[in-house]
Design a protein around this ligand. Structure first.
Ligand code: MGD
Ligand code: MGD
Ligand code: MO
Length: 774
């Protein structure tokens, strides 16, 4: 058992701590030598795209960029461990379900397609053709194709995602819940009506030219470590870096580049943020509104602040916004943001004095009820000084999964634009369904209501990633069939429908051979760069199929009789799939040629050229009132005798979403454990509790459901009063299904109203150590 301790971490992000951690990771997966070779091929022109995050690489052509958490993601896939049929023979599914999430994934790579056998409560091997026939039988038996639900996680390649959406639409539904619904959906929903594109406009080159970079609700030191390299360079050339975060995240404070020999030898580091604002959880809306109010006030006082030419030529709605800002109350903005008027004005002054500014944001912005309005405030802020569509400036929503942006580009979208459907009809000769499908939360509701009967997942871990865990599990268990295309065993495979399949696939690090030739797949990073990715390792098992092959063979088994698409011919050579992608999407013209050059190509982004693909052909400002119904507001009115906190859920340094690599969160000083809740020391006192006490967390909600997550250790922490932080996915049982972002449906997992009570029993030490089960 690993020692549990809380200890302030003195080092910078990166540095020797990161190198030590990498060595441990490779040893743990039993792959020191192969591991090293695999790492050196990550993000190389002829290697594979790192399956970690979506942060871009310099041309995909530079020397190896060191990234501790990239190494963990690659090592998790390249592990020497195997979860073969013997594992499933040894354990019933009920037994597996009692194991932690950590244990399940730690069994290693899946090797055989498996089918659930109810009498023995075990998974048994099944032949691929029989598996496809079973799915086809279930799909064919549905009275309405809309009773089938097709989830996607953001690792699927463009080729896999394109074939998948094509098959599902020809089958007859737009039910495409995806991880993006839980992630950056509000970014697209907010930006599209304002600037005509739902993606960021900046590239890495812009990071070299920006005078100021604003970072809202994002923890790059853990989740996008390669971004620290850009921030470090920006800091060194004098750019201002302004962070807004309720927590003091080490990666936003200082960083030592493990590839900088001097920094490493001298134990030195480079500061990252020049300004750090520890606002209240959910306070961003008020902060940004306040910053804009300051700009308008300065302009009214005679300073030259606004880009009048840009506003006049390119935008609509400025006067309404300005009037709203002038009328806004400073005390309200202070109360809602948790920052003082002076702090907000100081942040706005940094923005005002920067010729070129970039605004980055992550889950701290998107996973709130008012996420869409907040993102529109960020876009307003940029538009006021013409900071979109020119060098060194623009919005930068930092995507999560390595190809989540590409999957959406390929049509993984429950609300498909009519133009896409028309194109599919013309190119493939079938009439696609026109009704919108279910997003993630709607899918859970549909399964609960018996309207979703077959659940198919292309990757991910739906049972653990989604909100309201017990409810979601009930929903999955009501299905006639659940199917998971996956690399490793996870919670979603043991919380299954009446019938269930586990279909093991190749990972991105592995050689994907079709018709005797190694294939490459393509991915799109967070900045719209598309490039090719080819695996280098032999497959984890000879029984694995690639994701495109699984989709194509399933399509052939299900709709092969009626479809005009030559499914099996397409997957013999993935360039044939790319030709079809080119036929559907104009931006992919000459796709095979353009993607064959090192570094690939950048997709056109109209807003970055100041072409606004909106109904008015202009960019638009959006005015919104300060929300008065945040979860904590409502909760305060309802629960008078208890202190209601706003809980944010976040990632530790040793996890990839629902995949737990280890029990440390080095930069936050947490070791050997995950069931902790960060809290201000004065709040501990106000509760009458002690640092280190064990507490239960209960949600305050108005639907009569009891939601709780039990036995978390209180950790006194530098966090605003009234706010708590704890790790996901353990806290997902606390997120009510109907707590979602307006106009985006994203679970509001960064603002859960909760109360704390002392946990009654003393914790059992064994269970406490590795318990990472939701
Ligand atoms: N190693 C690793 N890399 C990853 C992932 C991983 O799990 N592990 N996940 C990938 C995925 S899918 C995604 S989406 C990204 C996620 O990357 P991030 O967007 O960094 O996500 P989180 O870890 O949830 O952290 C969000 C940050 O927002 C802060 N925050 C919380 N609430 C608020 C708020 O109300 N306002 C502000 N201003 N800040 C707030 C938190 O303190 C935290 O620092 O990373 C991707 N990369
Ligand atoms: N409370 C709370 N909930 C959250 C969040 C939060 O911050 N707080 N964050 C949300 C966010 S941003 C996201 S993106 C979602 C993540 O939701 P998901 O994307 O569904 O979850 P992951 O944990 O990334 O999925 C991990 C699984 O993917 C499988 N896998 C890995 N590689 C491959 C591959 O190459 N192919 C296939 N087919 N499978 C593979 C493995 O079996 C692994 O177990 O969670 C969301 N949920
Ligand atoms: Mo994400």
């Amino acid at each position: 058992m690993q020692e549990q301790r809380i200890a302030f971490y003195k080092g910078p992000a990166g540095g020797w701590g990161a190198l030590r951690s990498v060595t441990n990771t490779l040893l743990k997966q039993d792959i020191p030598i192969k591991g090293a070779r695999t790492m050196l091929s990550a993000n190389q022109p002829d290697g594979f795209d790192c399956p970690g995050c979506a942060w871009p690489d310099r041309n995909h052509a530079s020397s190896f960029e060191f990234c501790e958490n990239g190494v963990k993601a690659v090592a998790a896939e390249a592990t020497a461990r195997r979860a073969g049929p013997e594992l499933f023979d040894r354990h019933t599914v009920a037994e597996l379900a009692r194991q932690s999430d950590f244990w399940l994934e730690d069994q290693g790579r899946l090797t055989h397609p498996m089918v659930y056998d109810a009498p023995s409560d075990k998974y048994r091997p099944i032949a691929w053709d029989d598996a496809f026939a079973l799915i086809a039988r279930h799909l064919g038996a549905l009275p309405d194709p809309n009773q089938a639900i097709f989830y996607t996680s953001g690792r699927a390649s463009n080729e896999a995602a394109f074939l998948y959406q094509l098959f599902v639409r020809e089958f007859g539904t737009n039910n495409f819940p995806d991880c993006s619904n839980m992630c950056h959906e509000p970014s697209g929903s907010g930006m599209r009506p304002q600037i005509g594109v739902g993606k960021g406009t900046v590239t890495l080159d812009d990071f070299e030219k920006a005078d100021a970079i604003f970072i809202f609700g994002q923890n790059p030191g853990t989740n996008h470590p390669r971004m620290l390299g850009e921030l470090r360079a920006a800091h060194r050339r004098g750019a201002k870096i302004v962070s807004f975060n309720p927590l003091r995240e080490r990666g936003l404070e200082r960083f030592a580049d493990p590839q900088d020999k001097l920094e490493m030898a001298t134990m030195g580091s480079t500061p990252i943020s020049t300004h750090y604002f520890q606002l209240r959880v959910g306070g961003d809306f008020a902060v940004v509104k306040g910053m804009m109010k300051h700009l308008v006030e300065r302009e009214d006082a005679g300073d030259a602040v606004l880009d009048h030419a840009f506003i006049a030529e390119h935008t609509t709605g400025f006067e309404a916004l300005a009037a709203d800002l002038r009328a806004e109350s400073w005390p309200l903005l202070e109360q809602e943001s948790g920052l003082s008027e002076a702090q907000i004005r100081a942040a706005a002054d940094v923005y005002r004095h920067a010729q070129r500014a970039i605004v980055c944001w992550g889950m701290g912005i998107t996973q709130h009820v008012h996420a869409v309005a907040t993102i529109q405030m960020l876009v307003n802020l940029l538009l006021m000084r013409g900071n979109i569509g020119r060098e060194g400036a623009g919005p930068c929503p930092v995507r999560g999964h390595s190809n989540v942006q590409g999957d959406r580009t390929m049509g993984i979208w429950e609300k498909p634009p009519a133009a896409l459907l028309d194109r599919l009809r013309d190119v493939f000769g079938f009439e696609p369904p026109r009704d919108n499908g279910f997003d993630t939360v709607e899918s859970i509701r549909a399964m609960l209501a018996g309207k979703g009967k077959v659940f198919f997942a292309l990757g991910g871990n739906f049972a653990a990633a989604t909100p309201d865990t017990p409810t979601t599990w009930k929903a999955l268990q009501k299905c006639n069939l659940t199917v998971h295309v996956t690399t490793k065993l996870n919670r979603s495979h043991v919380v299954h429908g009446r019938e269930a399949l586990i279909l093991p696939c190749l990972g991105r690090t592995e050689i994907d051979e079709q018709a005797g030739r190694a294939q490459g797949v393509t991915v799109e990073d967070s900045m719209g760069m598309v490039h090719i990715s080819g695996g280098i390792n032999p497959p984890a098992s000879e029984h694995l199929l690639s994701e495109p092959a699984i989709v194509a063979r399933l399509a052939a088994a299900t709709i092969g009789q009626r479809s005009r698409t030559p499914w099996l011919w397409l997957i013999e050579d993935y360039s044939r799939i790319r030709d079809r992608i080119e036929a559907v999407f104009d931006d992919f013209h000459d796709f095979n040629r353009r993607v064959s050059v090192p570094g690939g190509f950048r997709l056109r982004n109209a807003a970055s050229e100041r072409v606004w693909e909106t109904p008015t052909r202009k960019a638009s400002f959006a005015a919104h009132a300060v929300p008065q119904d945040t979860p904590s507001h409502l909760a305060r009115e309802r629960v008078r005798d208890a202190i209601v906190f706003t809980l944010l859920t976040t990632r530790s340094h040793d996890q990839y979403n629902t995949t737990i690599y280890g029990l440390d969160d080095r930069y936050r000083g947490v070791f050997g454990q995950r069931r902790v809740v960060f809290i201000h020391k004065d709040d501990i006192r106000a509760l009458g509790f002690k640092d280190g006490d064990w507490v239960d967390i209960r949600t305050v909600w108005d639907d009569g459901e009891e939601r709780h997550a039990d036995r978390f250790r209180l950790v006194a922490y530098d966090i605003p009063r009234g706010n708590l932080a704890a790790y996901y996915p353990e806290t997902n049982p606390l997120v009510p299904l109907d707590a979602v972002a307006r106009n985006a449906g994203t679970p509001a997992s960064k603002s859960i109203p909760v109360i704390l009570t002392l946990h009654e029993l003393a914790p059992e030490p064994e269970a406490a150590a590795d318990e990472v089960t939701v």
